[in-house]
Design a protein around this ligand. Structure first.
Ligand code: HEM
Length: 439
């Protein structure tokens, strides 16, 4: 569009509040977002701590941010500088050609053959955890799920030995993650200072893993990464390997732990769904070992996973920097603004999902197929930068769930706060205390 006619377009509706400060919008509050969606449709504006923000909502807006308008956005400029400092120069903050090349180097670790090689290890770890939980009897499930998903990620992505320091490393990640949502004051006793220290400890662990994989390459993702060469024959530097590995460990365990916790909660709260999921598992006659064939024959569990992705998406939103002024839905979004797409808004759109606040996995059955509208289910993002770990996460969740459904039962403790909050992934406020036993 000619620059002059673009400049004449109005800014999106909404209020920027006070100059320099803005208004305190409730960008993670679903009720508020749904009100804004009803009032303004696919785009509105706000200002937070001096940053002008365009909020994109609903499937068409998701499609624009993730696919058709992706060239107007930068991932790097979307994240706060603290995020970049804590996670390093990794895929999350790379753009354009650099991103394309690095993603291509990383993808083989998540392709079909690689996933096939991961199956037995995931199966062993899942079995060990459910046995441990039956022995514990009572525990906070979110924390345990974080240990499970961290052990899967660190074993398969960095080649650590089962049991290696998992509890300590998982705690370091919790400290690191707290740093994303805090004021960046760097004294050693502040949450941000502690997050930086946790990052240093984690990098030491990753460094040792890199040396180890260079000396003894196996089938894990880091072995693939240390050997890989780009189109010009260049290997990843140690610094790049560190950053990409730290990102994969971070992205690969918090999110899956969040979703597993919501899955266990939803199954407990919807006994008819639990029964159907148990019946499907019983039909599969899984013996000593899970196979890829078993995992492919769980259509009902697949629907349950989608319904949890819809109602309890672990990631609240995607953030982008606007790198050139553009028009969307008749409005002008200026260069230098931040763009944000809240993931759960399309998921609760009543014109797409019938009775959207009801937990109903069968909405994803082939007959009803309610997510047929493109970009209406975006719990893993979408377009060219869709989550690289989608299939990995599905596999580790399905393997664990299969054990839970076949052999165990659980109850949520009565006096606890199950309100779902983003910290920074979605979780029940008290971490979900459960009583767990063999059936
Ligand atoms: C339930 C589990 C998971 C959920 C819900 C999830 C969600 C997401 C979402 C929403 C995005 C896109 C964000 C945006 O558009 O701004 C994303 C990207 C990404 N995810 Fe995941 N993720 C999960 C598991 C994993 C795992 C297991 C890994 C790796 C082991 C992983 C690695 C990544 C990476 C590297 C990206 C960035 C891709 C790129 O920029 O090209 N994720 N994920």
């Amino acid at each position: 569009m000619a620059t002059s006619s673009l400049q004449k377009k109005p800014l999106p509706p909404g209020s920027l509040g006070l100059p320099f400060i803005g208004e305190p919008p409730r960008l993670l509050d679903l009720d508020f977002l749904m009100e804004q969606y009803a009032k303004y449709g696919p785009i509105w504006k706000t200002r937070v701590l001096g940053r002008d923000i365009a909020v994109f909502m609903g499937p068409e807006a998701n499609r624009f941010v993730l696919q058709t308008g992706a060239q107007h956005f930068s991932w790097r400029d979307g994240w706060p500088p603290t995020f970049v400092e804590l996670l390093g120069h990794s895929l999350f903050v790379q753009d354009g050609e650099e991103h394309r090349q690095k993603r291509k180097l990383i993808m083989p670790a998540f392709h079909r053959q690689a996933l096939h090689n991961y199956l037995d290890t995931m199966d062993d770890i899942a079995r060990r955890y459910v046995e441990k939980w039956a022995t514990l009897g009572e525990f906070r499930w979110l924390q345990q799920n974080k240990q499970y998903t961290f052990e899967v990620a660190s074993t398969l992505l960095t080649g650590s030995e089962p049991g290696d320091d998992i509890e300590r490393l998982s705690k370091l990640f919790i400290t690191l993650t707290r740093g994303f949502v805090t004021v960046p004051v760097r004294w050693p006793w502040t949450p941000y200072g502690q997050a930086l220290a946790a990052r240093e400890e984690l990098l030491k662990y990753i460094d040792a893993a890199i040396d180890n994989r260079r000396a003894n390459p196996t089938h894990d993702a880091l072995s693939l990464l240390v050997q890989t060469r780009d189109e010009d024959g260049q290997a990843l530097t140690n610094e790049e390997l560190q950053a990409q590995t730290l990102l994969m460990l971070f992205a690969g365990h918090e999110t899956s732990a969040s979703m597993l916790t919501s899955l266990a909660m939803a199954l407990y709260q919807n006994p008819h769904v639990l029964e159907k999921a148990r019946a499907e598992q019983a039909m599969l006659n899984i013996g000593e070992r899970m196979t890829m064939d078993h995992l492919r024959q769980m259509p009902y569990l697949d629907m349950v996973l989608k319904e949890v992705e819809r109602m309890y998406p672990p990631v609240p939103a995607g953030f982008r920097g606007v790198v050139e002024t553009f028009e969307f839905a008749g409005y002008r979004v200026p260069e230098g603004w931040t763009a944000l797409y809240p993931i759960n808004v399309a998921h609760r759109d009543p014109s797409i999902y019938t009775d959207p606040n009801t937990f109903d996995p069968e909405r994803f059955s082939p007959e009803r197929n309610e997510s047929s509208v493109p970009f209406s289910l975006v719990g893993f993002g979408g377009g060219a930068r869709v989550c690289v770990g989608y299939a990995f996460a599905q596999m580790e969740m399905k393997i664990l769930l299969s054990y839970l459904l076949r052999h165990f039962e659980w109850e949520l403790a009565e006096r606890q706060n199950l309100k779902m909050v983003y910290r920074p992934t979605l979780m029940p406020k008290d971490g979900m205390q459960v009583r767990f036993r063999r059936r």
